[in-house]
Every structure is written in C-alpha cells, then in structure tokens.
Design a protein around this ligand. Sequence first.
Ligand SMILES: [Zn+2]
Length: 193
Amino acid sequence: MQIERSGGPGQVRFQVTEVRVKLTEDPRNKLKAYASVTIDDAFVVRDLKIIDGNKGPFVAMPSRKLADHCKQCHHKNHMRAAYCNQCGGKLDPERAPRDGRGRARLHADLAHPINSQTRIELHKAVVRAYLEEVETQQKAGADYQPKDFDDLDVLNDIVDAEYIEELERRQEEREKRRREQAGHAGEGLASGA
Ligand SMILES: [Zn+2]
C-alpha cells in the first residue's frame, strides 16, 4: 500500500512509502500479522509485528532475544536458561535485566524509532495497512490470496507468550508516558523510544 506524506515540512522527516502485511492464520493468536515497511523508497525494515493489545492493535519492532555468556565456558545462553547449553553449568534463571517495575526484560529491538512522533507515524501507517489487509481478507473470503512476501514466511521465529506479554507491558508503559506527557503538549518532540 502507498501512503501519502503527512504533516508539514519539518514535521515528519521520513515517509513510510510502502507497508506489506502478512496476516497470521490462527485468529486466537495475539500476534495478528507480520509487516515490512519501506522508508523513503530507500530502506526496508522487515519483521515488524502487529499485536492485538488490550487497547487495539499495536506495532512491535523487529527484535532479538537477549542472551549472555556463561562465566565458565563463554557459551551464549538465553536469559531464562537455568543451565548452560554447552557445559551444563548452573545459571541463575532470574539474571535478566529488569525494567523500572522489576520485571525481566528478555528482548531488545533491533530497529526502532527514537522519538514519539516517528513512532506514532510508523504505528499509524502499519496499523492502517493491517486493517486494510484484514478488510481485504474479509471481503475475499475463501478467495483471499495472501501477499507474496518473498522469503519472509520462513523467517518466522517463535513468538512465545512471554514475549507477547513483554510487548504488551512495554506498550502500556508507553501509553502511560504519553498520557503523562499530554500535560506538557505543544513543547515539541518528546523522546519516547
Ligand atoms: Zn557454559
């Protein structure tokens, strides 16, 4: 889908020129779709995710599971691992870094907006494309043809329930910050990455 540049000059310094959406198949899945976005006809970011949150769909950026090195053998293990995959040494499964409320942070975004205006623009473009794709699917019914997505189908890493929870928490925290910042509206760009 093509999106027109929104906002005046200097307001939005990039343009999402294309969004491609691949819906997930199980309607019970909180992960509703994968998306790729093209910025300024020049740069593509893939593996964004559209999550069905409590307050409607939101966008999660491509991410990786955090890992750290075993002190004994230096092998990389996931933060929740209780034993090293390589040497079997005991690990603390609670060693992951914590957020402000003491909850484990197990994933890090690989690409992401660095201010809230860019985040909002990106979010709007992706959610709009997602809703359009859902509508296309509903209209087409059994004749629905998912978009050709090159090799993105095989890229699917496992999105576990714990990660969805972490994403929802982060989204709620962002919304909370946005509400708090609403009191200071009109002071230019707020940093909300
Ligand atoms: Zn080890």
